[in-house]
Design a protein around this ligand. Structure first.
Ligand code: GLV
Ligand code: MN
Ligand code: MN
Length: 417
């Protein structure tokens, strides 16, 4: 329901996106890198907190480092049944400026609209930036929102270690974001997340707004293959236990499984691969790599996992290698709240914006918060469907449209309860 009272300060939203996007960007870099709990993540958080204070939000940090900016209603005190708007500001390596940041800064734009109009919301509004959504350094991904939703205890999250053996809890304290608020102590009455699509569908269908109804399941595994190092020039092929070859066979198997399947919905990615000793004339003794499997259907995702597990058994036997698999993250597909989706659709229609209902291919904090509150997501187009890449781009006008729809939906939620 568009309001005559509240208006979006679009230039300020776009300015803040550019400013936050400059943090973690080195001279000559095309992208920026603010890996969770790094010094650059701290710099981004510090900037966000300054902006929250500028809006006189009540800033709370919880025990997993989630940053919450609360716009209190008239009644004062900790808000009951608040509306939460959230996403994340950590990034992958060499990232675009919009992934996550857009949703958090659009949340600030909603709070700013209330402040500039001099009115208070009828219920509290919480703008949340969740810790470690990307899961690059510490797994699982979406960790801050998972802990917030009660899906992982604080201690287990703190005890997570990165590839160098650094403990997450220590890193959180080091960057000054080990707060004392108990995660989840403010239970949202509803949760909204605005995000760039990060895929090609809206652009291909020439739609301005995506109403996200579902989010696909995600399975992350780390596979370690132990072979035998030996001389590249003297070891006959049939006598090798080549961990590098076995890793390559896994990657090829995963691709062959998903291409041409009916329906072709399962996605498989190996995004990290390390060989040891990593020397040109030594047969690799060890390969460590990750497998990211996704499918909107839980049954198909399980089938993909189990086909891969069977393949590993056969491969170990055939190549005489030892294979260990660790699960890093496993999230089932999620169905978002139908009532909120309808509100997004109404808001987009009233603004004259073309729209479509869709599934999210990327993981999002909304996927976790949906466990404790009705949740929904709004997407705007990504040029060329590119994301997790410095070339990630959405036109300013499309970013403003998405934030306007968010503001309208917030007002509709406030008016109805
Ligand atoms: C998060 O960006 C993910 O989908 O991996
Ligand atoms: Mn994101
Ligand atoms: Mn991302």
């Amino acid at each position: 329901m568009p309001s005559t009272e509240l208006s979006l300060d679009a230039p300020q939203l776009l300015r803040q996106l550019r400013e936050l996007g400059a943090i973690g960007q080195r001279p000559g870099d095309e992208g920026r890198t603010r890996i969770a709990l790094s010094d650059d993540d701290r710099a981004g958080r510090d900037q966000l907190v300054r902006w929250m204070h500028d809006l006189e939000l009540d800033v709370r940090i919880d025990q997993i480092g989630n940053v919450l900016g609360i716009l209190h209603p008239d009644r004062g005190g900790l808000p009951q049944r608040p509306l939460m708007i959230g996403s994340h500001i950590d990034t992958v390596r060499n990232a675009g400026a919009l992934d996550g940041c857009y949703g958090v800064l659009a949340g600030l734009a909603v709070a700013r609209a209330y402040r500039q109009a001099g009115v208070s919301p009828t219920r509290g509004i919480v703008v949340a930036a969740f810790t470690n959504e990307e899961g690059v350094r510490f797994q699982p991904d979406m960790m801050g929102s998972l802990v917030y939703a009660g899906g992982m205890c604080v201690q287990a999250a703190h005890d997570t270690v990165d590839g160098d053996g650094e403990r997450l809890g220590d890193e959180l304290a080091r960057i000054g974001y080990a707060g004392d608020m108990v995660p989840g102590s403010l239970v949202p009455h509803e949760y909204l997340e605005l995000h760039i699509e990060q895929g090609p569908l809206l652009e291909a269908r020439d739609r301005q707004i995506g109403i996200v109804e579902t989010l696909q399941g995600i399975s992350w595994q780390q596979v370690t293959i132990h072979g035998v190092a030996n001389h590249a020039g003297t070891t006959p092929t049939r006598l090798r236990h080549d961990a590098g070859y076995a890793a390559a066979a896994c990657i090829a198997f995963l691709r062959e499984q998903v291409v041409g399947a009916e329906p072709e919905t399962t996605l498989a990615t190996t995004g990290t691969l390390r060989l040891e000793p990593n020397v040109i004339n030594v047969i690799p003794s060890k390969a460590t790599f990750t497998v990211d499997l996704r499918d909107p259907d839980e049954r198909r995702l399980r089938m993909a996992e189990s086909r891969f597990a069977d393949f590993l058994v056969r491969l170990a036997e055939r190549e005489g290698v030892r294979i260990k698999v660790d699960s890093l993250a496993r999230f089932e597909p999620v169905v978002f709240d139908a009532g909120l989706a309808a509100r997004i659709e109404t808001a987009a229609s009233r603004r004259g914006l073309s729209h479509m209902r869709m599934t999210s291919g990327a993981g999002h904090d909304a996927q976790m918060i949906a466990r404790i509150a009705p949740s929904a997501m709004i997407f705007v187009p990504s040029r060329g469907g590119i994301s997790h890449n410095p070339r990630e781009h959405t036109d300013d006008q499309q970013l403003v449209h998405g934030a306007q729809v968010l503001l309208d939906v917030v007002q509709a939620c406030m008016a109805s309860t």
